[in-house]
Write a protein that binds this ligand. Structure first.
Ligand code: UDP
Ligand code: MG
Length: 321
């Protein structure tokens, strides 16, 4: 890279052909007005409409555009992850392609990163133009995420965010984890996380790409993300300690049952056979479970040695400078 680039705007898109021209024009206008050098990185997440040809057409008149397109639909997280890989700006933005997020927020969010020293500034759609079926579950998730992560954000899943470049180069956004990027960032060591109230708009073209299944997925992801940030690096701490507890409980109980039986038998007291006591089976179960938990811990540690990498995503086409 020869000269310093002020901002990168990473835009994941899946069937958003109609929105793209307006989005590019808007980002361009904001960047020019604020004298910011910029690049727009489109990641076409396996669109089946004309999105890619629109991108190619836009590229012809806007050299600041760079773009990749996936072989198939991998999901928003994969798109962001690969977009982050390309980004070269000093401050990297993410923005949805559907015009719900406003590029007008860019200068102020950039200022917060550069002058107030935030690693990550997340948008907060205080006034939100989405159906209630989306707003309410979202409130619940944000509350849970806040409690579990200790990060004081109102809107974890806002598509509009600004990052110091180093942040996006350091996090692995996998699965459906785009909802919890601030948690991933914090886990990676970037703890200065702020937010800015942003304008939100109704979807102008097309329809939302996330249905009701987002609730189930969002909930499961929250569990894995908090698990990962607590035990991801050392699963043995969790599974090993649980396994040890189980194993000790089972072992001691079984021993006690056997000794008690032998003692009673030899001293002419009332006694029951070991296998006639329900507790004995519970003890056996606990021993087996304990060993299995231990094994899970070992497996986790072994899997840990190989982490995911970007080459995992097949790139179909590329536009680059
Ligand atoms: N998106 C994507 N891949 C997907 C689903 C969505 O790249 O599999 C993009 C989509 O094109 C949009 C952004 O992610 O730019 C947010 O999606 P959407 O607007 O459907 O989500 P909502 O605003 O309803 O939460
Ligand atoms: Mg949207």
């Amino acid at each position: 890279m020869d000269k310093k680039l002020d901002i990168s705007v990473v835009v994941p898109l899946y069937n958003e052909a109609e929105s793209l021209p307006e989005l590019v024009a808007w980002i361009k206008r904001v960047a020019t007005e604020n004298k910011l050098s910029y690049e727009i990185i489109f990641v076409d997440d396996g669109s089946t409409d004309e999105s890619w040809s629109v991108v190619e057409r836009l590229k012809a008149e806007t050299p600041e555009i760079r773009a990749i397109s996936f072989m198939r639909n991998y999901g928003k997280s994969a798109a962001l992850y690969c977009g982050f890989d390309l980004a070269q700006g000093e401050v990297v933005f993410t923005m949805d392609a559907d015009l719900q997020d406003s590029p007008d927020e860019i200068p102020e969010m950039r200022r917060k990163v550069l002058e107030e020293g935030y690693d990550l500034v997340s948008g907060w759609k205080r006034k939100r133009y989405d159906p209630i079926s989306k707003r309410w579950p979202s409130k619940f998730f944000n509350l849970t995420a806040r409690i579990m992560s200790g990060i004081k954000l109102h809107d974890f899943n806002c598509g509009l965010k600004a990052y110091r470049r180093k942040v996006v180069k350091s996090i692995e956004v996998y699965g459906e984890m785009h909802r919890y990027i601030p948690i991933l960032a914090k886990h990676a060591g970037f703890s200065r996380i702020g937010e800015k109230v942003v304008e939100h708009h109704e979807r102008k073209y097309g329809k939302s790409k996330f249905g009701i299944e987002r609730m189930v997925k969002g909930y499961l992801d929250l569990i894995s993300v908090s698990f990962m940030s607590r035990f991801g690096r050392s699963p043995m701490y969790l599974f090993g300690s649980l396994g040890t507890l189980m194993f000790l409980f089972g072992g001691i109980t079984a021993l006690w049952i056997i000794i008690d039986k032998l003692y009673s038998q030899f001293n002419g007291l009332m006694w029951r056979g070991v296998t006639e006591q329900p507790m004995f089976y519970l003890a056996l179960l606990a021993i087996v479970l304990g060993v299995q938990l231990f094994l899970a811990g070992f497996l986790g540690e072994m899997i840990n040695r190989r982490s995911t990498d970007r080459n995992h995503y097949l790139i179909d086409k590329t536009i680059d400078r």
